[in-house]
Design a protein around this ligand. Sequence first.
Ligand SMILES: [Zn+2]
Length: 70
Amino acid sequence: MAKMRACRACHYLTTENMCPNCKSTNLSTSYTGIVVVLPGRKKGEDPRKGSYVASRLNIEKPGKYALKVR
Ligand SMILES: [Zn+2]
């Protein structure tokens, strides 16, 4: 499995050279903790509505995110 990198802008975890979430290329290999945000029951539902973690981290799209990015 390829090493994942975390986007410094939105904390999204990706194996690509560009963040697919916010199109930033400011990626870091140094991060701690992984948060997986699952899709809501309804399609396209904002995860911040149903998830305390998603609302705290201000995550609007389901996916894998780093808790802390250095
Ligand atoms: Zn990003």
